[in-house]
Ligand binder design. Structure first.
Ligand SMILES: Cc1cc2nc3c(=O)[nH]c(=O)nc-3n(C[C@H](O)[C@H](O)[C@H](O)COP(=O)(O)OP(=O)(O)OC[C@H]3O[C@@H](n4cnc5c(N)ncnc54)[C@H](O)[C@@H]3O)c2cc1C
Length: 510
């Protein structure tokens, strides 16, 4: 029998097997010789840092944490079509295998290895491959993402299932233990590759460089997908999991008369501090070390009745060029599993609402705003993937920066008055928020930090409305708008959950 035992100890004690052994023996008896961390989190509220958690303890050897899944062979099973091989598409495909259906996935980008070469080219050529980049390709935006696996989803069972599947396909078992699990950009591609190979071995199909360029509908029913403007594929049920950067898909649906709605999202900048500064702030003067991971932060402030908040903070991370088209620039962040870069970056974004604009009912009102900001930032630095940048205090006080400390953004940065370039209401709210953040984390507002712009792909600016119970589009019964691109997820885990839920709905559909 497994007993769960609470523990609260110092970071050093948490890694001392003899200390833990003694703790278990004292609480449960010397027979409990088998133990491991069950859940663990860092409590850095006081200067006496604590690791709080539970230990799974047993007299018998503990069972493997890797769950056994009952996947089906689906070579001859009924087909279900999925557009997009991001977390949503891939987990929908895994769910199809669990349910005995044959997933057929169309992905516009390349498989992970070929894709990596296209990412490496960005800094060298200053050009984006518009079908293979940080957002498009096998594993979607999730593959070369940071791989933080936190989610606001309260449905623990669904979250655990996604984490357990990731472990099944090669992720470190620690993601089942840590309160803030993280995989890292260096480890994600292998896991994604394992998932793809498994789906194919079981009889599923994944077609790369296969972009959906058209759809055919009849009587509110989706009948065919057009691939690469030439092949027409007959479909029964379709999960549309194309992510929030596939603008062409929104235009395509709109053109076919399929209802879309405008959706609030968030836009701002990505700020880079030194990791050592964040560590000292969060760990009361200490730096990260063998016992303490590089520290993260989360900041939020209400300014003029709107939220300004940190988004996708990457300790020990790198700022990445995440545009999907030439003629625009976009930043986001990633970190390797060890989070061992000297920088800490985070999006700091302002909530943007359709009601902020003249035609709030226009489904593309927020998308047009997002596009305009990305293009104006591109134009500010010339025809390349360099981003406009400003030191943080200069941004708040309205000064051009004369020079910069090193930035992790490899295509390069150029000094631009972002306080003049970005929309006035965004700048005003960001400036007020940075002043407030400095009160919460003294020293945050420093000229040693650099603001990179824009951080604009936080979530979809368009909603594809769907039935709340059955997940299909409100007007098209066999089209399942899914995950981040449709406006129902934000992040890897929630996208994966939504993909699985859409597939379950299809299994129950008449
Ligand atoms: C640099 C970076 C860091 C991130 N860090 C984190 C993090 O730490 N934690 C976290 O939870 N989230 C993170 N994210 C966000 C996360 O990656 C996304 O939330 C998640 O990938 C969304 O999953 P999805 O399946 O809905 O869409 P996506 O991952 O965007 O996948 C959509 C897929 O559809 C394909 N596609 C698009 N159009 C078509 C078409 N017409 N035909 C065929 N295929 C098409 C795309 O090529 C893409 O592969 C990060 C994102 C980036 C870019």
């Amino acid at each position: 029998m497994i007993r769960l035992l609470s523990i609260s100890c110092s970071p050093e004690e948490a890694q001392d097997v003899d200390f833990i052994k003694a703790h278990v023996a004292l609480a449960l008896g010397r027979d409990f010789t088998n133990f491991r961390w069950h859940k663990r989190s860092i409590d850095a509220r006081s200067k006496h840092l604590k690791i709080n958690g539970t230990l799974a303890c047993s007299v018998e050897p503990l069972p493997s944490r890797i769950r056994a899944f009952d996947f089906n062979e689906v070579h001859q099973a009924p087909k279900v079509h999925i557009v997009g091989a991001g977390p949503a598409g891939l987990f929908a495909a895994l769910q199809a295998l669990l349910l005995g259906m044959k997933p057929v996935v169309f992905e516009r980008g390349k498989e992970v290895r070929a894709r990596r070469r296209d990412l490496a080219q960005i800094a060298r050529t200053q050009q984006i491959n518009e079908e293979s980049n940080y957002c498009f390709g096998e594993g979607g935006a999730g593959t070369y993402s940071d791989g933080k696996l936190y989610t606001r989803s309260k449905k623990r069972g669904e979250v655990d299932l996604v984490l357990e599947l990731l472990v099944y396909f090669g992720a470190d078992e620690q993601i089942l233990v840590e309160a803030h699990p993280h995989i890292g950009t260096n480890k994600l591609p292998k896991i994604i590759e394992n998932i793809r190979r498994f789906i194919q071995e079981k009889g599923g199909e994944i077609h790369f460089e296969s972009k959906v360029t058209g759809i055919r509908c009849k009587d509110s029913y989706l009948t065919h997908l057009v691939i690469n403007e030439q092949d027409t594929v007959e479909v029964n049920h379709v999960i549309l999991a194309t992510g929030h950067s596939a603008r062409d898909i929104y235009y395509l649906l709109h053109q076919e008369g399929i209802k879309l709605l405008p959706k609030p999202f968030a836009l701002g900048v990505r700020v880079e501090h030194l990791q050592a500064f964040i560590d000292r702030k969060q760990y009361h003067g200490r730096l990260n070390n063998a016992y303490l991971p590089p520290a993260s932060y989360q900041l939020v402030e209400q300014v003029e009745g709107k939220g300004v908040f940190s988004f996708c903070m990457c300790p020990g991370g790198i700022i990445a060029p995440c545009a999907t088209q030439n003629g625009e620039v976009v930043t986001n962040g990633w970190s390797p599993s060890k989070r061992n870069n000297p920088y800490a970056n985070s999006g700091i974004v302002v909530a943007i609402d359709p009601a902020d604009f003249e035609h709030p009912e226009d489904p593309f009102v927020c998308l047009a705003f997002q596009e305009t900001v990305e293009r104006s930032c591109f134009n500010a630095t010339g025809n390349n993937q360099k981003v406009p940048a400003q030191r943080l205090l200069d941004f708040v006080e309205g000064r051009k920066s004369k020079d910069f400390p090193r930035s992790s953004y490899t295509p390069g940065i150029e000094s631009v008055r972002l306080d003049e370039l970005l929309p006035e209401f965004v700048v005003r709210r960001l400036q007020k928020a940075f002043i407030a953040f400095d009160k919460k984390m003294p020293g945050y507002l420093t000229n040693d930090a650099v603001v990179h712009a824009p951080e604009s792909r936080t979530s979809s600016p368009v909603l594809i409305p769907r039935d709340k119970t059955h997940y299909h589009h409100i007007d098209v019964d066999n089209l399942y708008p899914c995950a981040e691109g449709a406006g129902y997820a934000g992040g890897i885990v929630s996208a994966a959950i939504d993909g699985m839920n859409c597939m379950q709905s299809i299994a129950k559909a008449p």
